[in-house]
Design a protein around this ligand. Sequence first.
Ligand SMILES: Cc1cc2nc3c(=O)[nH]c(=O)nc-3n(C[C@H](O)[C@H](O)[C@H](O)COP(=O)(O)O)c2cc1C
Length: 226
Amino acid sequence: MQDTASCVDAVLRSRRTTRAFRPDPLSADTVREILEVASTAPSNSNTQPWRVYVLTGAPMKALGEALVEAFREDTLPPSEHFPDPLPPSFATRQGDFGARYYDCLGIERSDVQGRARQTQRNFAFFGAPVGLIFGIDGRLRPHSWLDLGLFVQSVMIAAQARGIATCPQVSFARFHALIAQHLDMPEHEVTACGMSMGYGDAAAAVNQLQMPRERVNDFARFVGFA
Ligand SMILES: Cc1cc2nc3c(=O)[nH]c(=O)nc-3n(C[C@H](O)[C@H](O)[C@H](O)COP(=O)(O)O)c2cc1C
């Protein structure tokens, strides 16, 4: 059991958001195997609310180009995935993330265009050979989004265990209408997030970013222990 713990811990600890990929392809069978393992994720009453679109090649390029165009035109309302204002403790961590992220890329905080160019890389799936779009039925409640989150993490861990890197991306959610049209999503489905998947470019500066975590005693309260 100790071996299993070390193995699982090592996979969890080694996963990092990857934002530069080598062009090496991934086969449909490899991605299918990852999704099959990830589908063991638990869900409320086994409702399994996840839907996944796995893209590569020309359709992925076409969606990416349409998203880049929409991003450049930027006629949509601002992203709603965080409340405005973001409560202070979260805003501090968000600011810390931004500082570290742009610093490792050599982009000045004042360089609005440079930052926008990097954000735009999201829609080219950071050069990954495979892009995934995760959908969920929009009639479901936040608890079902929790199920989806467990599934998404399982996808990343199953990929990592096979030496395959990922980047989870909420950036896609804002462009749901365009994505739904491209992928012919059923009524009620919404885009929860996307993901870039492939072999990470170990030499890329952006992939050296290692985000810190709060200590357990700062986010957990133990009650009733000796
Ligand atoms: C739901 C979710 C959405 C995210 N969206 C994006 C995104 O759109 N673009 C991006 O570059 N990173 C995105 N990230 C990656 C986070 O920035 C990253 O997980 C965080 O900074 C911690 O770094 P780590 O994953 O390397 O430990 C997202 C992560 C999650 C879990």
